[in-house]
Design a protein around this ligand. Structure first.
Ligand code: 3H9
Length: 697
């Protein structure tokens, strides 16, 4: 049953019951339309309360239906909401949990809104490459004013009940029983005999500086959107609320919404929404799997990563103790932590009080014994196997038997680290990405002996840390860095053959990445990967193509931004990369040394060599079972490496391009260059034969 309706005196309470989030599926819309029409015509009903059962009021339109052929579409969400607004009886939305997207628009179609103190309201459609398509761009500005509406719709961020009250988005926030309060509100409105407040009949509140407000929003959200269509469509539709009659603006909103919904961009963004949720589901792990609750955490190592990880715990309100052997390192780490929070305070993202509260969650310890009671210890020390094994041996002897021992290694074998302990079932990799307190990805690495309980615990607390956890198996570089390695290798080869760093970076930026590989290298520090390359030099097959240009930069002390020069040069204290003739000369000299005649390399080849090689390695990772789903790779690349959101991740992008086209291009480069990473993976060959894709295997 999609609706549960009860009569409380003369007020009908209609409760949406469509788990998990009461989405407005076509069946739900039909049921609501019929039920509300019936209640509207009943003499014994004076007012109506619309509420949600379960965890929230309503999560919006049913996103899954957007990808299905429209068969039972009527009534559309806007028609349903218009019908509710037309009711002559006061209709009150009683909001708990979230009212998002179409859910928020449903609330805006009601005449009044009452929220529980923990409620959140928002129009997040833009995050799915969509725009509010059921009156949100018209009713919200009429209710909260242009400026607040622009902010909410273009950022897609939800607001708290308290903020919603300030904005006038809700009429009341209640701590006590929500339904009781909403029924009382309905009775008072019905008793007063007043005309229900229909937002469609109001004007947008007048504002002095309309043009500059619109310009500012456009500069902030549309100009920076780099080719995404939804922000511009949202803005156009919100502007219409100022100049067009409600009905015409609503019709235009619908047209713009459909353009967004049908776009490849939104399909890619919706795909990411679902695979992100899928990634949290681990075969074999269920709600019944016993999980250790992480109440106290510890981090070993107070360097950049250790500090970032500690901040994640503090942000989540989990007490964390940070250990480092030297007091000086702890002091420096704590200064860095304070600086991170101070920046958030300066940018008004955090209050000073909140900053102190978060810092109070962090303890420091020079003695490892202080970590014995932690539920999880995350190691973030130097990337050296012997050091890590020695530490794990000590922690194993020291910590309580249930403690999970996790390593933040980005490349070392977690099986070997686990083997240093007597609790390999409680050892796992938790690979955070730098800066750890910002990047959303956690690659959780299961070793051979890692138990399902340990996996379940770490996947669950990834979410508590507000991260997207993806489970991967052990292999060199795990998923992300293994693929990234091939991507940067191809980028370096392109330099040897005729390109320059600024050219490759520009093409990759235009493709949609936040930065190209060389700018990223300079930001991360070229010495980090140099150290890894030196360690691997002894085992690198002699016949494998290897570009030494990055090593040569490091030999000259060019470590990237931190040393004022890397692939680019930087003004003192500056972060803006400037092409450097000295680097160009180094690259040209390398081409000469190889006897290569430099050639013009076009955009197509740069994309194909860099991005198709990612896809190829992704296919090998799937073949080897390092992850079980292509979506896991897409999530890793979206949240760990900034793969353009509107392309949906490398594997989704591959299906969009067509695997045959990708296979043919790879084969062509492989036959020309002979580099093994360009040889089409057997899985790609097989899928091409079947005329299938990664998502239609
Ligand atoms: C829209 O409304 C357009 C309108 O303007 C115009 C229409 C004409 N549909 O995130 P969770 C599923 S566009 C279908 O893990 P949480 C989700 O896939 C929509 N399914 O839980 C998952 O399924 P499963 C605008 C949905 O408690 C399960 O619910 N709305 C939808 O952490 C639990 O999800 C949005 O953009 C949906 N709308 O967070 C809101 N929403 O269990 C998108 C969720 O099978 N949703 N599911 O994996 C969210 O932000 C979060 O899911 C929410 C709950 C905050 C609601």
């Amino acid at each position: 049953m999609l609706l549960e309706t009860e009569l409380r005196g003369a007020t009908a309470v209609v409760c949406l019951s469509n788990p998990p989030v009461n989405a407005l599926s076509s069946a739900m819309r039909g049921a609501m339309f019929d039920q509300l029409s019936e209640l509207d015509s009943r003499k014994d009903v004076a007012g109506i309360v619309v509420a949600g059962s379960g965890r929230c009021f309503c999560g919006g339109a049913d996103i899954r239906e957007f990808d299905r052929p429209a068969r039972h579409d009527e009534p559309l969400v806007p028609a349903l909401i218009n019908a509710i607004e037309r009711s002559n009886k006061p209709v009150i939305a009683a909001i708990h949990g979230v009212a998002l997207g179409g859910g928020c628009e449903l609330a805006l179609g009601c005449h009044y809104r009452i929220a529980a103190a923990d409620a959140r309201l928002g129009l997040p459609e833009i995050k799915l490459g969509l725009m509010p398509g059921a009156g949100g761009t018209q009713r919200l500005p009429r209710l909260v004013g242009l400026e607040a509406a622009l902010q909410m719709i273009l950022s897609g961020d939800a607001v708290s009940a308290a903020r919603a009250l300030d904005l006038g988005l809700v009429d009341q926030v209640v701590e006590a029983d929500l339904i009781d309060a909403a029924v009382a509100y309905a009775e008072a409105r019905a008793g007063g005999g007043e005309t229900p407040r229909r937002l469609s009949s109001l004007d947008v509140p007048p504002l002095k500086d309309v043009d500059s407000v619109i310009e500012a929003a456009s500069a902030r959200f549309v100009a920076r959107a780099r080719g995404l269509i939804a922000p511009g469509h949202c803005l156009e539709s919100i502007e219409n609320s100022l100049s067009m009659p409600f009905e015409s603006a609503l019709a235009r909103e619908r047209e713009l919404f459909i353009e967004c919904r049908e776009s490849e961009q939104s399909k890619a963004q919706r795909h990411l929404f679902f695979v992100e949720r899928e990634a949290a589901k681990v075969p074999g792990v269920s709600k019944k799997t016993p999980v250790v609750e992480v109440r106290r955490a510890a981090v070993v190592g107070c360097g950049t990563m250790g500090v970032g990880i500690a901040v994640c715990f503090a942000d989540a309100g989990i007490p964390v103790t940070v250990h480092d052997a030297s007091k000086a390192a702890l002091d420096t780490g704590f200064e860095r932590m304070r600086a991170i929070y101070q920046t958030a305070v300066t940018k008004s993202r955090l209050s000073k009080r909140e900053m102190e509260a978060r810092l109070s969650h962090v303890g420091r310890a020079e003695d490892l014994a202080a970590l014995a009671d932690a539920d999880i210890v995350i190691e973030a020390i130097v990337e050296e196997m012997d050091a890590k094994r020695a530490l794990f041996r000590t922690l194993d002897a020291l910590c309580k038997p249930e403690t999970i021992l996790a390593t933040n290694t980005s490349s070392l074998n977690v099986d070997a680290i686990a083997a240093a302990t007597k609790r390999p079932d409680r050892v796992i990799g938790t690979h955070f990405f730098s800066p750890a307190h910002v990047m959303k990805l956690m690659e959780n690495v299961r070793a051979d002996a890692t138990s399902l309980e340990t996996i379940a615990c770490v996947m669950r607390f990834s979410r508590k840390l507000n991260k997207v956890g993806v489970l991967v198996a052990v292999c060199d570089g795990f998923v992300g860095n293994r693929m990234y390695h091939n991507y940067t290798r191809q980028a370096a080869f392109l330099l040897e053959e005729g390109a320059l760093p600024q050219q490759v970076d520009q093409v990759i930026y235009d493709f949609g990445f936040p930065m190209g590989p060389f700018a990223v290298g300079d930001l991360a520090g070229l010495d980090v990967s140099w150290r890894i390359r030196k360690r691997r030099a002894a085992t690198r097959p002699s016949e494998e193509r290897y570009s030494p240009i990055a090593d040569r930069l490091c030999e000259r002390g060019r470590f990237g931004q931190k040393s004022g020069a890397g692939w680019y040069r930087y003004q003192p204290g500056g972060r803006k990369p400037e092409p450097d003739p000295a680097v160009d000369a180094l690259i040209v000299a390398r081409s000469e040394e190889m006897g290569l005649e430099r050639r013009t390399i076009d955009e197509k080849e740069i994309i194909e060599r860099c991005v198709y090689v990612l896809i190829n390695e992704g296919a090998r990772i799937l073949e080897e079972g390092i992850v079980s789903r292509p979506g896991d790779i897409d999530v890793i690349w979206r949240h760990g490496y900034g793969f353009p959101v509107h392309r949906g991740g490398p594997m989704f992008y591959a299906d969009h391009i067509g695997l045959k086209k990708i296979r043919d291009a790879l084969l062509c480069y492989y036959q020309r260059d002979g580099d093994a990473t360009l040889e089409p993976a057997p899985m790609i060959e097989e899928l091409v034969k079947k005329n299938a894709g990664f998502y239609s295997r």
